[in-house]
Structures are given as C-alpha cells and as structure tokens.
Design a protein around this ligand. Sequence first.
Ligand code: PMP
Length: 317
Amino acid sequence: MYDVKASILSAIGNTPMVKLNRTSCKNIEIYVKLEYYNPSFSIKDRIAIGMIEDAERKGIIKRGDYVIAKTSGNTGTGLAIACAVKGYRFMAVMSAGNTVEKSQMLKALGAEVVIVPQQPGEEPNTVSRKDNEAVEKKTEELTEKLHAYRPNQYINPVNYLVHEYTTGNEIISQTDGNIDAFVAYVGTGGTFVGISSALKKFRSDIKCYPVEPESAQFLAGKPVITTRHKIQGGGHAIKPPYWDESLVDGYLSVSDEEAMFAARHMAATEGIFTGYSGGANVAAAMKLDDTMGRGSIVVTVLPDSGLKYLSSDLYKY
Ligand code: PMP
C-alpha cells in the first residue's frame, strides 16, 4: 500500500498507547500514551499545528510573518516545525531554567530563541513562578515590537479543543472505551481539560484527576510552599483561564523524587523513556491503586521524551 505523508505535519498525533507491566500496583492497570512519538517528541505538536491552522483559517497570518511564543520548549519545537513547513518566521521566548536540549533543538528547527535569565535567587533547572513572569513580560514586549502573531496557548481555546478532538478521542478508540480514570499534570491545562472533556462526554463516570507538584498544590486550594520544583512544563501556581472545575473528581500531587523515580523505573524496566512530567503522571496514577477496584484502567500521557532532559539530573545516576 502506498503510504507516504505529504509533510511532517501529517505525522502528528495517532500516538501509541502502551500498558505498563512493571508497576507495583495491586489493583489498577496503567496505560500510557506515548506523546514523544510526535515529530518534535512532545504532545505540544498537536496544539502547535492546531493554533497555526486556526490562525490561517481566520486570515490572521500570512507567509513571512513572525509567530512568537512563550514556551518551556515543547510548544516552541512544535511551532518551529509548523512554521518551518508553512513559511513563517518563529521566535521562541524561554527561561534559562529549561534544559539546554530544548533551546538547541529550537535553533536547529530554524527558530530564533530568546533566553530570559533566571531571576535572582532562583535555582538552575527549575522554572519558578517569578521566572515564568519574567518570560511573560519579555514575550509581551517582543510581540508588540515585531507585530508578531502570538498563538497564546494559555488563553487560546484551540489548545484544549485539539486535545478533546484528537488526543481524547484517540484514547477512547484505543481502549475501546474501557477507561476508569485519567490523570494529567497541569501547565496550561489544555491536556487535562481537553482530554477530560472528551472522556466525560463519552462516559460521565470516568474519573479525571489533575496532577500538581507536591510543593505547589494551587488548583487543589492548598497553600503554595514553592514553585521551585523540577517538574518542567507546569506547576506554576496559575489557574488556567479555561479551567473547568466540573471536570475534576479530585486532585493528585507528586514530589520531585516520586516523579523522577517513576520516570527512571519506566526507562529501566519497560524501555519507556520520558521526561519529568511523564514520571509525575505515572507516579500520580499509581496513587489511585489503593482506592480503585481490581482491574481498573487508569490512562495518562507521557508528554515528552527523556532525550529532552539529558543535561538535567533526571537520568544522571
Ligand atoms: N509536560 C510538559 C513536558 C510540558 O511541556 C507541558 C506543557 N507546557 C505539560 C506537561 C503540561 O501540559 P498542558 O500545558 O497541556 O497542561
């Protein structure tokens, strides 16, 4: 059969789902959706192409225009691919607290990268709320200066709609609807809100749990101890504008150590190589083991690849 994609953009989505076989769970089975199979090795390729095509449909951008994004790296690499293929200039604004792999990859994909230094007193390899605010300020300045189009994933409904229509519906068809619970780490909230919406529309009794760092259980309404944690891509103690409380059946949290242990264990025993937030999602899923019935199926996503964290301490041991 002739099976050639028209461009790399057609290789986004339809990622594999894999059952974990080496967890210590007594009751539940955990299925992970390998989002690092996307072209820039992260879940964000889905929303990157979604937001660019939405802007094209609305006539907001034309070839040669600047597209700009504040990114922890993953949305940036997705946008870099979409912009390279479609002929837009792309600028990524990111904190120096993100791993160097992400900025190197962005440059390789043709992006102009603006690194915002970490704020005084903040720790390397973490992006605190203060760091995040500094990146926001820089992005706003540059957007105005370059008359750039900013497909702002924090406020753009395409973010969660893409996850509802693609990721969420893929999960339903891959499991034939046999899902009892879903968990996801929250950054912009697009992954959690979109997938949970699809699942709840399919069957309202599927339980959905957002995941936060132990030290910043902001959405759960607990006091934020610190946003200086290692789980890059979220946990900034921000309520996403389109956050929908009616999708939430309870809140889960994980420590840096739990997230790292889960990621390392998956890599070494299952051959599944993901980043901090993938580890966080699996560690959070495992916390449902005590409260769910035997044979219950818990689904989560592995947002990106372990290759994006080789310079951090995640896989240095
Ligand atoms: N994990 C990683 C590695 C990410 O880059 C992001 C998004 N920044 C998330 C998780 C959270 O996804 P979302 O923004 O859809 O909540």
